[in-house]
Write a protein that binds this ligand. Sequence first.
Ligand SMILES: [Zn+2]
Length: 164
Amino acid sequence: MENASNKKTRNRPVYRHVNSLDTLLSMSMPVTESGCWIWLGSTTKSGYGRICIDRKDHLAHRFALSVSGGNVSKSDLVMHKCDNPICVNPEHLQIGTQCDNMKDMARKGRSSKGAMRYNAKLNESIVKYIRDSGEHPKILAAQLNVSRELVRDVKANKRWRHVA
Ligand SMILES: [Zn+2]
């Protein structure tokens, strides 16, 4: 059931009902040196931009990539090429997998000891991402390629309690 419906919705933009390139532009401020667009709305605890659509919180960078023509499905992980969580410049965003994300962080020298352990499924950034995201554990689990139980435990602070 779930898999079938996932396939059907796979290529449908998540925010198609919002014609919001204007919103994006009015809610962000370009920074000349870096080319980053700084989100001016509210942010999550981990410093990602946050936007409320239909009374539900969404991450602003996912919204940005989607409204600028990126084909973002719910199970896609949207990453920052510029390593600046508050940036919403679609050109600085790309769809990646958790594996890409971890390689990317290792390359940038940000990976924690926990994340470097063999077969570690999460790292501190991803834990924060899970706790900040308003998405259903099922969707987060698909984005991050981990079990729903793990996502639920992280959200409930049963695991990775040391990450604030
Ligand atoms: Zn940027």
